[in-house]
Write a protein that binds this ligand. Sequence first.
Ligand SMILES: [Zn+2]
Length: 445
Amino acid sequence: MVAVAALLPACGAEVDRPSVVMVVGDTLRADKLSCMEGPEGLTPYLDRIAAQGVRFDQARSHAPWTLPSTASMLTSLHPEEHGAGGRLGRFTTLDAEVETVVKSFRDLGYRTHAIVNVLFLDPKLFGVTRDFETVDQQVFETNVDVRAAEATTRAALEWIEANRDDGPFFLLVHYFDPHCVYAPPPAFRQRWATPADQQGEWTFGTRPQMVAIRDGELSPAAATIERAEALYNGEVSYLDAQIGRLDDGLASMGQRDELVLVVTADHGEEFLDHGGFEHGHTLYDELVRVPLLIRAPARLKPEVVGAPVRHIDLAPTLCELCDLPVPGQFVGRSLVPLADGAPELERRPTLAHGNMWARPQTSWTSAGWKLIVREGAPAQLYEVAVDPGEQRDLAASRPEELTRLQAELEAVERGMTALRRGEAAALDPRTREVLSGLGYGGEDE
Ligand SMILES: [Zn+2]
């Protein structure tokens, strides 16, 4: 690729734009990456990508579950603005008028393709992937029989091989691993599971277990969750190896130095950090802090950025890296200046919203403090700059900070230019059955 800025075209001339591969690891906690706070040796390939590109140490999603979070990545809007999300029994679709960055790429002649492994990313049902020309979706009726990372990587490499000569492309690769069920392949189980589980077949996070936990009929002991987390680590390591295989494939096709590679997650996973398990249910950092790696050798030098950044900033960043006009609807701001080492002139406070299982929660993170608002419960306040684990609620002892954040949040919510509620998703009985098989059943209210 030739530097785009030097080649700004006369009207109608061709610009040599880079292809984009956007990898989303479902349920990949930021602090599992070894180059962040994760176990040594767990993620050598992600660490390699991080070292070659820009690693954002404090990146956050806008929701703790797949549908609203992925929509924010692709629309540069918050869940309350793009409409995709809702909750169990009342899922909502991406608003019809919302523009996705995928459309921006398509309008510029990019080939666009998505490889996804969960019903929430179905282009017709929920709309998040509706602007891709083609979507390779494999939907499973349980969270046990899923397309594993190895097959997802194969599908990605085959698609690139078949399409790389047809001009630039935008490829979304969604890996369902390491979402529960935690059942890593044997080599990863042997390396990362607890000694008792290294040779066995114990898994955790099956649909009946998840339903029982959500219904309050099963309260796994801390020791059980520790075993589950070790298996989860095995899944993370397996995902890492498969992202490494994808990256090696890009290199062997001569693509690695040409394209923009993004690696992130839609959300994290809780292992009793705040007394709960899995995801979708809170807005604490174990669920909303995500890995964010951007490697664009032709444009960005390796860097670690410590300033807080957000998923809504991703789409404008891709626009800048690929010389695409930024749709006026986008509310995020490009991360390129930050990646280039420019001082941050404007803060990037972060709004997160949602709760897949019950009434929504909202969080507002601003200048080292985080406010969490839940209907029918007292507000919570954490000084995340000194208490990153969000263990000490200071709502009662720091009223001035509480008032400041509440006022900021109210102003932001009032000022949202396009407050969208989303259409109720029309789900046929069969689809409901599939969702139910994944543990996402529920009656309409
Ligand atoms: Zn997810």
